[in-house]
Design a protein around this ligand. Structure first.
Ligand code: PMP
Length: 360
């Protein structure tokens, strides 16, 4: 027993224990090389094999066809807020942004440096996704941008919007690999690793190959998807250890039964907590419209706000940690990515019920 707690942190987030153990086992001597992956050249055949393993497994997990490239980049998800307009605008002057929370809002603000941003839709409060009938898509946009799961507000798209021939671009930082989806409906999907597939320092971009090669001339070289694609993400030193950890997680995901298995588990996990909220007779409540509640990040509040501090303290005593809501929403948020166990969700639900009985 390592004394590990149920960590509801929104990211960097909980990792599978078996992956941490494997990384620890291999730390001093990776598969007989006599060195750690951290100490290994990114040009070595061992590292090449790690990268290929990650690539093969990710393609298998998501069913990614050869018409899509996978890039292993640094700079976090924020880097893509800039890289996307720089690479995808081409000769177009406009991009469409669906704004459903603070991450898509921030991405749109960055894009304004490079083009006209058309706001397709933006609710007055970030607790819903406005009806598609009210969206204002523009026919001459270079791409349509969305954030599939808004981590802070807990708003997740229940389905993939149809944008016709205009490439759809999605930030999936907080729900990548949590359910199967049809990658061919997107021009580009990206996600930082520190929530659903590892540690901070790696961002994966899956992009349709025909969208590569149109970067603005003044694009910083490492942001240019073509340079990264042509060099198989090895133009400069990539975040080697992060790629290794992602490779271990992809192995683990395949072993666990792939995305269908995680989809099922994630539904059950989130239902456990939403049921606890709904069955509390208003003692706890969700601020999010039921039709777009996230399976990954569950913000909730207590009707009596004076109980917030006590709730966190008592949860902590039961090893339920990281439940603090984002400063812009307040109260509580349970982030339950792929590696978060069902058992922890059940424990939180039981605690919520007990807490209510004691303090109602
Ligand atoms: N997009 C989403 C949906 C996120 O949740 C986050 C981080 N929490 C980001 C972007 C920013 O990620 P990073 O810190 O890697 O730039």
């Amino acid at each position: 027993n390592y004394g590990r707690k149920f960590n509801f942190s929104p990211g960097p987030a909980i990792m599978p224990e078996s992956v941490l153990k494997k990384a620890a086992d291999e730390m001093l001597n990776y598969q007989g090389t006599g060195i750690s992956v951290m100490e290994m050249s990114h040009r070595s055949k061992e590292f090449e094999a790690i990268l290929k393993g990650a690539d093969d497994n990710l393609r298998k997990l998501l069913n990614i066809p050869d018409t899509y490239a996978i890039l292993y980049l640094q700079g976090g998800a924020h880097y893509q807020f800039s890289a996307i307009p720089l690479n995808l605008l081409g000769d177009k002057k406009k991009a469409d942004y669906i704004i459903t929370g603070s991450w898509s809002e921030r991405a749109a603000k960055e894009a304004e440096k490079y083009c006209e941003v058309n706001v397709v839709t933006k609710p007055t409060k970030f607790n819903t996704i406005p009806d598609k009938k009210e969206w204002k898509l523009s026919p001459d946009a270079a791409y349509v941008y969305m954030c599939d799961n808004e981590t802070i507000f807990g708003v997740e798209f229940p389905d993939i919007p149809d944008t016709g021939d205009i490439p759809l671009v999605a930030d999936m930082s907080s729900n990548f690999l949590s359910r199967p989806f049809d990658i061919t409906k997107f021009g580009l999907v990206y996600a930082c690793a520190q929530k659903n597939f590892g540690m901070a320092g790696l961002t994966i971009v899956v992009v349709r190959k025909d969208l590569i090669g149109n970067a603005r001339k003044d694009t910083p070289m490492l942001m240019d998807y073509k340079l990264q694609f042509d060099s198989r993400s090895l133009y400069n030193t990539p975040s080697t250890y992060c790629i290794y950890i992602a490779a271990l997680i992809f192995d683990w995901m395949v072993e666990q039964g792939g995305l269908e298995a995680f989809d099922k588990l994630n539904k059950e996990k989130s239902k456990t907590i939403y049921d606890a909220i709904e069955n509390s007779n208003g003692f706890f409540y969700s601020p999010v419209d039921a039709k777009c509640r996230s399976r990954m990040n569950i913000p909730f509040l207590a009707k009596d706000t004076s109980l917030e501090k006590l709730f966190m303290e008592e949860a902590g005593k039961l090893d339920l940690i990281g439940l603090q809501g984002h400063r812009s929403v307040g109260a509580f948020r349970a982030s339950i990515y792929n590696a978060f166990p069902l058992e922890g969700c059940k424990k939180l639900a039981t605690f919520m019920k007990d807490f209510q009985e004691k303090h109602e």
